[in-house]
Design a protein around this ligand. Sequence first.
Ligand code: IPD
Ligand code: CA
Ligand code: CA
Length: 273
Amino acid sequence: MKPSSLQVFLDIATEAALAGGEVLQAYWGKLEGVEEKGRPGDLLTVADKAAEVAVLDVLQRHFPNHQILAEESGHQGEQQSPYLWAIDPLDGTTNYAHQYPFWATSVGLLIEGVPQVGVIFDPLHNDLFRAATGLGATRNRRPIQVSQTADLSKSLLVTGFAYDRQETPDNNYAEFCHLTHITQGVRRSGSASIDLASVACGRLDGYWERGLSPWDIAAGIVIVQEAGGKVTAYDGSPQELDSGRILATNGRIHEALSQQLLEVQPLPVITGG
Ligand code: IPD
Ligand code: CA
Ligand code: CA
């Protein structure tokens, strides 16, 4: 793919993410109702749906033949197209519904299955993260880089817990406890895209999570990689979007964090409400 084409995709992705973010800002603090999508705690608001319409409107106007995978409306477009937009109109719905100010619109583009363009817009903090393969990563149009932390014991990490956490012993609790114990801390922001953007700009050193969907991470993967970071599966093998698992770091702590994730034993299952 020519850099000039990627630049066009990046600019349109930016327009789409800004449109989504603008809708979210308009609804911020004014929600009248919140639905549950199925699993307890998996919320859906009118803002998720309206922001998705705004994002899709931009993308479909420019690229009517591309495929789209959007969290609230699913898959659409021409199956033969090598282009697939992975969209999370509101990443951090639980935060948004509780008026906890960490959420973003995430717009990623996969070309032949590989994430190559990513934009994450966090309107409350006025942070626009952008990247495309070979073009570098920026925050508000200024280049960003991952942190220099080389020692896992001196790192600050972030993770999350998927909505199926009450249903599976593979719920990330053991990993969270263990890594909290051996690092300077593990945060849980409630927005996977902001977690990846945070690793990309160096305010966090590493991120891991399971149970994710492609729209949560497609954009952030490109931004971390272009900021000099590393993204793999837990065991260091290539990350697969459909696996739901990701390990994204500044590169320097990658192997050590991978090793710890592989060694940790699940905690006994916690039952009851
Ligand atoms: C969620 C957030 C959260 C992560 C969950 C995601 P949503 O996305 O990214 O940080 O832990 O696994 O589903 O539901 O707010 O779009
Ligand atoms: Ca999400
Ligand atoms: Ca979402």
